[in-house]
Each structure stands twice: as structure tokens, then as C-alpha cells.
Design a protein around this ligand. Structure first.
Ligand code: SF4
Length: 419
């Protein structure tokens, strides 16, 4: 029978005093070593790695981080780059606000700090896209500052060790965890980089959410004797689970308008989902109480007129009569799962002849939106949402996605054979 949990953290002075030393010892044998962003003190390189590692798996960052650093070797290179170049390099990593914040932050460092990152965690926290935990990590790795981190893994570890039973979203719980994270820091600043790495590694590989080593018995936990969650037989109950709301569902139609070997792309508004990326013209999203395959945006077949009306609703149909005779092919259906919503995309393909393209160009030229006819074999130059990139490259999004999103109803399409 499990014992009752306290709502207050247990103040274990002995554990607080010995924690950093034990953790660093553990890291020597069991921590992750040799990652390309480890053992570097250049704050720019540390910062880029920390931002990439947020919400992206280490294996993916291992592949993408060297490319990012090669393309933008310094904060000045990044600040001077066009946002389209940065989004193109970021393509597939998801959470594109990180890329936009990278750009904004690089500009701030160049203009406000003469191209040198500040070493003070509070000043770092004032830069775009840098929260308190990321500021602590940058300060610890690059400047050996005694600054705590508190990402989701660290929260879980500390909540278990000190028996904190409340939900992590509660302010009083977060405040307690920050206080503990500060008390646990090693006294010597020179130990800060290895300690911070060790804490990250311990949460990511040892005290994991579902299979902590004390339950799997695969390896010994150095804190088993003092861990409150273990003593109370509450390891999997801590931290308290958040009750997730069901994600709202939406549907939209996406038009793949091609001419020869080019496809029409539209720039997405900066504040929208996939903000600032190039994508295919799409209809406004319709909220669905359940995914309804018979809805307008997911019709089995459309005329050219209907398609243009859906995906480019601001165009006057009277201005584009030559388009309407175009043959529309119903393409792939994609179910894209974002972190907080689900989007059912139905693609429709229409190849335009020279006359139709000319008419369309004349019509879209009078709108304020940005459009471009992109060569299908130069798509790597554009920042595109990952499912759209895979679709346009003739690949099946169900097999090639690097994001955590999912795709269904995939059927092959042959875009490159457009006439
Ligand atoms: S004893 Fe288990 S729950 Fe406690 S710190 Fe170790 S692995 Fe985590």
C-alpha cells in the first residue's frame, strides 16, 4: 500500500549538500560524452545547440547542428542572414518560432551587445527566445556561471527526489523547484558545465518519465537511498500528470498549382502556424467536431473554379476564367498532428498552361500576399513546412517526417510530371 505524499518538498540537507558531487561522479561513467556541442565555451555555439535541443531529439540535432553552424558560423552571420535562409535551414525541425527568435536574438546581440553574448543570466533572459532555464544553461556552459536550469526533465528529477507532489504547472511548485535547483548547484563555478550536462543527462537517460532505472533495475541509481518518490513507492505518480484536453481538429484544402517544373508558393503570415514559411495556397481552416471527410475542403472532386475559390478566396473568379477549365486531380490526404491541434489537409493538384498562369499572375499580383513560382528542384532554398516539403519532393510524408507530427491516408502523387 503506497504511503501518502506530502505537498511540501522534503528538506533533505544531506542530499542537498552531496547532490552535485554524486551527480558529477555518476556522469563520469554514465553521462553522454562526445556530443558536438559539449566542451565548447563559445556562447554562440552553446546558444544555437540549446535552442535546437528544445523539443527536438538529440539524434536529429546531431545531424542538423553541424549544418546550421556551417551555414551560420557566427552570431553576425546569423544576424545578417535573410529569415528565409534561416527558415530553410530549420525546415523539418518544427516549432518554427525558435528559428524566428534565433534571428531576432542574433540581431539583438549584434546591435545591443556589439556581437558578444552577455554572461549575466538575467541579461540573457532578456533576449528573444531565451527563457530562464536556457539562460542558465548558456551561462553555465559558456561562462561557468552558477545559474540553475529547470527544463522538463530536471523538474521531474527534482520533484521525485524531494517528493514534490503537486502539478508542475502550479506556480508554488515551480517556485519550490527553482529554489531547490539553486540550492543544489556546486559551490565551485568551474564545475558548472559538467554539473549542468550531468543533470540534463540524468533526466534524459536515467530518471526517465516512464522507465526510471530504479524500477527497471537495469542500472543502479546513485540517489535511490535518499529519493522520496522511491521511498514512498510513488515514482511513476510524480510528477502529477496533467490532464490533457482533446486537441481541436481542423480541415483545409491545399492547392498544388504547377506550371511546367514550377509550383506556386505563398508566404505564410508571420504570426500564423508555420509563420513566415513558404507553403502551398490553402483554404481557411474549418473547425471540425470530428474529421468529416465529406466537408467542402475534403470533397472527392473539385472543379478548377471551386479550387481557386477555396485556396485563393480573395481573387475574383471573373478575372481568371482560363483557370477554370483546368483539370483538378484529388491528391494526397495528410493528417498533421501539431502539439495542440490536428489538421486534416486534402491536397488538390492542377497543372496550369501558359495562358492560365499569366491570368493567375495578373490576379495575385494585385493582392498584398506574397507568391512565388518555385522550381521543384530548388525547394531546399525555401523554408517549407515539413509535410509540404515531402509532398512536393514526391515523397510520402508518412515515412520521411523529422517532426513529431503524423501523417495518414498517404498515397503517392507524381508532381514532377506536371505539364
Ligand atoms: S530512485 Fe528512481 S525516481 Fe529516484 S532519482 Fe533515482 S531513478 Fe529517479
Amino acid at each position: 500500500m503506497p504511503k501518502a505524499l506530502s505537498t511540501q518538498p522534503t528538506h533533505d540537507a544531506a542530499l542537498i549538500a552531496s547532490f552535485s558531487k554524486q551527480l558529477i561522479q555518476w556522469h563520469k561513467k554514465h553521462g553522454r560524452h562526445g556530443l558536438p556541442w559539449q566542451s565548447i565555451t563559445d556562447p554562440y555555439a552553446v546558444w544555437v545547440s540549446e535552442i535546437m535541443l528544445q523539443q527536438t531529439q538529440v539524434a536529429t540535432v546531431l545531424e542538423r547542428y553541424p549544418k546550421m553552424m556551417k551555414r551560420f558560423p557566427s552570431v553576425v552571420h546569423l544576424a545578417r542572414a535573410n529569415i528565409d535562409e534561416i527558415l530553410a535551414e530549420w525546415s523539418g525541425l518544427g516549432y518554427y518560432s525558435r528559428a524566428r527568435n534565433l534571428h531576432a536574438c542574433a540581431k539583438q546581440v549584434v546591435t545591443q551587445y556589439q556581437g558578444k553574448f552577455p554572461s549575466d543570466p538575467m541579461a540573457l533572459e532578456g533576449l528573444s527566445g531565451i527563457g530562464r532555464s536556457t539562460a542558465g544553461a548558456i551561462a553555465a556552459f559558456a561562462f561557468q556561471a552558477r545559474a540553475p536550469i529547470l527544463d522538463a526533465n530536471v523538474k521531474r528529477v527534482l520533484a521525485r527526489l524531494f517528493g514534490i507532489s503537486g502539478a508542475l504547472q502550479e506556480k508554488k511548485v515551480t517556485d519550490s523547484l527553482w529554489q531547490l535547483a539553486t540550492e543544489l548547484l556546486p559551490r565551485s563555478p568551474q564545475h558548472m558545465p559538467v554539473y549542468t550536462q550531468a543533470l540534463m543527462d540524468f533526466g534524459a537517460t536515467w530518471c526517465t518519465a516512464k522507465q526510471p532505472v530504479c524500477l527497471t533495475q537495469k542500472a543502479p541509481c546513485p540517489f535511490e537511498g535518499s529519493c522520496q518518490a522511491k521511498a514512498l513507492d510513488q515514482v511513476l505518480a510524480i510528477p502529477k500528470k496533467e490532464i490533457k484536453k482533446k486537441s481541436p481538429q481542423f480541415a483545409c484544402a491545399v492547392g498544388v498549382l504547377t506550371h511546367g517544373n514550377t509550383v506556386l508558393l505563398q508566404k505564410r503570415p508571420a504570426k500564423a502556424i508555420w509563420g513566415g514559411l513558404w507553403s502551398l495556397p490553402e483554404s481557411p481552416w474549418q473547425a471540425q467536431t470530428a474529421i468529416d471527410l465529406s466537408s467542402t475542403v475534403q470533397a472527392e472532386s473539385l472543379t478548377g473554379e471551386q479550387l481557386i475559390g477555396l485556396i485563393l478566396p480573395n481573387l475574383s473568379s471573373k478575372k481568371t476564367p482560363a483557370l477554370f477549365g483546368g483539370l483538378v486531380r484529388t491528391g494526397m490526404g495528410i493528417k498533421h498532428i501539431f502539439s495542440h491541434r490536428v489538421l486534416q489537409i486534402q491536397t488538390y493538384e492542377m497543372a496550369l498552361n501558359a495562358k492560365a498562369k499569366k491570368e493567375l499572375d495578373r490576379s495575385i499580383g494585385s493582392t498584398e500576399n506574397q507568391f512565388i513560382w518555385a522550381e521543384l528542384d530548388t525547394l531546399e532554398q525555401y523554408g517549407l513546412p515539413q509535410p509540404i516539403r515531402l509532398l512536393l519532393e514526391g515523397r510520402n510524408p508518412a515515412r520521411g517526417g523529422a517532426e513529431s507530427d503524423q501523417y495518414t491516408n498517404a498515397a503517392p502523387i507524381a508532381l514532377k510530371s506536371s505539364s
